[in-house]
Write a protein that binds this ligand. Structure first.
Ligand SMILES: Nc1ncnc2c1ncn2[C@@H]1O[C@H](COP(=O)(O)OP(=O)(O)OP(=O)(O)O)[C@@H](O)[C@H]1O
Ligand SMILES: [Mg+2]
Length: 406
């Protein structure tokens, strides 16, 4: 088989180890495995070559960690896109494991990790680096979650219109630039996205929970409906559904599958805390919390930030003020709120009930009903910022500093 067919490379001289990890990888659909009976360092230049054509390299960290470190440096220098999973003997000291991370290993796990957990790690690390995208700079699908400090503040309005802007718009003449975007209504009990976009409610998520199945391609086909502009939507069910009916693993698999096919996965979160929020937050790069500037809002936002950070410390969390115009001068209240949140209010969605409601009534995004409104323009700006962060492959957090410099 040609080298380019190999998605995952497994490097180990220990047959029991190779058998265990090999079996585990083979159970995952869609991956080709190449096994190498060697250590990372004895592979010499071959490891570098394989790293250029693979999604993931798994190697058994040897007791001679120094030679692994040298080999990893060589791979890092080659600029390959492969992720590297080191599986170490549990006797390998923490300091040495840390050195592997410093020189380019994506993750280091002890071989005592249970098979199910290891499968999850392999699955996550082997997501294709580059999807077939219309924008060549984009990498695997970005998950953006939208949360709210209280109901009715405008979170769904933001999620729907952000998704619409991220899709982009087809130009009549010239080159169109559109992206593949899916909007998922995980506000399972009070989901309103179907109404916002004049789509029928969909009981696919209810069936997923009831039948305890994995969201495979058949499920996605039944669950996804497209709007005229090309936005894919998974609407919430119509009837009542207990929030905890869905299992975290089902949501993890759903988000993962969507990331494989879409450039952006926008998730409208419920107000309640449920255990399946964890896989959403683990996969997310950004969470937008729609909030207000008054004390109870700020307190609730602080709680949400702490919870989200706890789930995923590298998450980019941005606070969006809903239904309030950006003040020309920052008041004392705003300064105190920013201090309590340890972050500035990033965006301000101006109050505009007329535009918001007209769009809802017509079942269309703001771009089609009130394109010139300040509300639509602000959401377009959030979209543009997220796009530029992804296109330049930078953490959206860093754009703040760049913006200030300009
Ligand atoms: N910027 C705005 N100015 C004025 N009204 C708005 C604005 N954004 C949304 N609305 C209106 O507020 C109401 C609630 O909006 P939306 O459903 O987006 O909020 P939500 O936070 O998702 O609420 P829920 O708790 O029901 O999920 C709707 O009637 C909507 O039209
Ligand atoms: Mg909502």
């Amino acid at each position: 088989m040609a080298q380019t067919d190999k998605d995952i490379v497994l490097i180990s001289q220990d047959s029991a180890f190779s058998e265990r990890i090999g079996a585990l990888v083979r159970r995952q659909p869609g991956f080709a495995l190449q096994e190498c009976n060697a250590t990372l360092s004895t592979m010499n230049g071959k490891a570098v070559e394989l790293a250029k054509t693979s999604e993931l390299i798994i190697f058994q960290a040897s007791t001679n960690t120094a030679s692994d470190i040298e080999a990893l440096k060589g791979i890092a220098k080659s600029g390959s896109a492969a992720r590297i999973l080191a599986i170490s003997d549990s006797t390998v000291p923490f300091g040495l494991a840390h050195s592997l991370l410093q020189v380019g290993a994506t993750e280091v796990v002890p071989d005592t990790v249970a098979d199910a957990e290891l499968s999850r790690i392999v699955n996550r690390l082997s997501m294709p680096r580059r999807l077939t995208l219309t924008t060549p700079d984009l990498r695997e699908g970005q998950v953006i979650a939208v949360s709210k400090a209280r109901g009715g503040i405008g979170a769904t309005t933001l999620a729907v219109n952000l998704a619409d802007h991220l899709v982009g718009h087809k130009k009549r003449f010239g080159k169109s630039e559109t992206r593949k975007v899916v909007l998922v209504d995980l506000d399972l009990q009070f989901g309103a996205i179907a109404g916002f976009l004049d789509l029928p409610p969909n009981d696919a998520l209810y069936k997923l929970a009831k039948d305890r199945i994995d969201p495979d391609s058949v499920f996605l086909e039944q669950a996804i409906v497209k709007t005229a502009s090309g936005l894919a939507v998974i609407a919430a069910p119509d009837g009542f559904m207990p929030l905890n009916a869905l299992q975290p693993d089902q949501i993890r698999a759903l988000i993962y599958r969507l990331q494989q096919s879409y450039d952006f996965v926008i998730v409208d979160l419920p107000h309640a805390m449920v255990d399946w929020l964890t896989p959403v937050l683990e996969a997310a790069s950004t969470v937008l919390i729609v909030s207000g500037t008054s004390v109870p809002f700020v307190q609730q936002t602080r709680r949400l930030i702490d919870f989200f950070k706890d789930q995923n410390p590298s998450l980019n969390i941005e606070v969006v003020v809903g239904q309030e115009k950006k003040p020309l001068l920052k008041s004392r209240r705003h300064a105190e709120a920013a201090k309590a949140l340890e972050s500035e209010f990033r965006h301000w969605l101006p109050p505009d009930a007329k535009s918001a409601e007209e769009a809802m009534d017509r079942g269309l995004p703001l771009s089609q009903t009130a394109s010139g409104s300040a509300l639509n323009k602000e959401i377009a700006q959030i979209s543009a910022r997220l796009l530029s962060a992804v296109a330049s492959n930078r953490d959206p957090k860093n754009l703040k500093a760049e913006r200030r410099e300009r």
